[in-house]
Design a binder for this molecule. Structure first.
Ligand code: AGP
Length: 367
């Protein structure tokens, strides 16, 4: 059953390896003849989506990182404003909900106290609420107008993995549903859905990098700090990578959008500060490469998850793991997986309790 580790040493590793299958599960029954079936969100979904003028996303932790990525997608593909905020801040400040706001909550468990409280706080001031959640019948799902299940199956490891990548797929489906109303063409929708359907195969290829990633992890075992860099949708991926490393290996890790380096964090860089970078072949690559040179010039050791661009080469002080070609929109989903594996292997080397890290609970049901 899915609550057993089987051949895997930890639930976290099992859940990382389940991701190709989970990508199938989250798309299952949601696409018909190349088009999104919006009934998947609930029978009232169409009428509600028609009225949406902006989106407010609320979540905590890893789910918050998924929300950040979605905000890039929504503003790019739907062209309406999208804000995202951690629930523990949102619930306690006077928030302005402009007319036509859809409140989108993200949660693996559907029982996170702050996320639920934020929903209850503003539910009467928005045109509708949508929960993207992994637990059917959870409080969040019951209390929201619409819901889309991520179908990832039970996640036992405290460090969230498959829940995150499945949330991203669900968020892309949400983006398509809204985009239909603002001029995203049927053709583009079809193309994006076809890309999403390549995910199982793509993530299998990424899992094949595991031995390389495990070898890389040795460089982190004795370190006390790490920086994670990314730009665009890969910035929240860097945040997620840093959170994973903190949670299970207890190494202090921080993520920065690479362009912020010279505004402060560059002062931290020396030979004892490994810098992990997610560097796909997208429009920001040249900018990112300039940032990496700044790190190298200060003696910082680079660990780069690179796209097909051959100019980022393995050399003294730069370790490169090359990823297969990935469609731009799928980059945040794909680049997350190697970072999950990196944290996992560092934690195993350090001998921590990977599935039950100290001081943390799987579901934060109290404030
Ligand atoms: C992720 O690895 C964490 N353990 C944590 O940040 C988690 O994502 C957060 O508590 C939110 O949980 P939820 O998705 O169940 O609401």
């Amino acid at each position: 059953g899915s609550a057993e580790k089987g051949e895997f040493k930890h639930f976290m590793l099992k859940e990382i390896y389940e991701q190709p299958a989970v990508m199938k599960a989250v798309l299952e029954g949601r696409i018909n003849k190349g088009h999104l079936l919006e009934q998947a969100f609930g029978s009232e979904a169409g009428a509600l989506f028609d009225q949406v003028k902006q989106v407010q996303i609320i979540a905590c932790g890893t789910s918050y990182h998924a929300g950040m990525i979605a905000s890039y997608w929504i503003e790019q593909l739907v062209g309406i404003p999208c804000r995202v905020e951690v629930a523990s801040e949102f619930r306690y400040r006077p928030v302005v909900m402009p007319q036509g706001t859809l409140l989108l909550t993200l949660s693996q468990s559907g029982e996170t106290a702050d996320t639920l409280a934020a929903l209850r706080e503003v539910k009467d001031r928005v045109i509708g609420t949508l929960a993207i959640c992994n637990v059917p019948g959870s409080s969040l799902v019951r209390e929201s107008d619409l819901s889309l299940m991520t179908n990832a199956g039970p996640e036992i490891g405290v460090a969230s993995t498959k829940a995150f990548t499945s949330q991203l797929v669900a968020l892309m489906l949400t983006t398509l549903a809204l985009g239909r109303r603002t001029g995203l063409s049927a053709k583009r929708e079809q193309e994006i859905l076809a890309e999403l359907q390549q995910l199982p195969e793509l993530l299998e290829k990424l899992l094949a990098l595991d031995p390389e990633i495990e070898a890389m992890s040795a460089a982190f075992a004795e370190k006390h700090n790490a920086l994670f860099l990314g730009r665009g949708t890969l910035y929240p991926v860097a945040m997620e990578g840093a959170l994973k490393l903190k949670e299970i290996s207890y190494i202090h890790a921080e993520a920065y959008p690479a362009g912020e380096l010279k505004h402060g964090p560059l002062a931290l860089v020396d030979k004892d500060m490994p810098v992990v970078t997610v560097a796909p072949n997208n429009a920001m690559l040249d900018k990112l490469k300039a940032n990496l040179q700044e790190v190298r010039a200060r003696g910082g050791e680079l660990f780069v998850f690179a796209g097909q661009d051959q100019s980022i080469k393995q050399q003294d002080g730069i370790s490169v793991i090359r990823l297969p070609a990935i469609p731009t929109l799928l980059e945040p989903i794909a680049y997350t997986l190697p970072l999950q594996l990196l944290s996992y292997h560092v934690a195993v080397l350090k001998g921590t309790d990977v599935d039950q890290p100290r001081n943390l609970a799987k579901s934060v049901t109290v404030e």
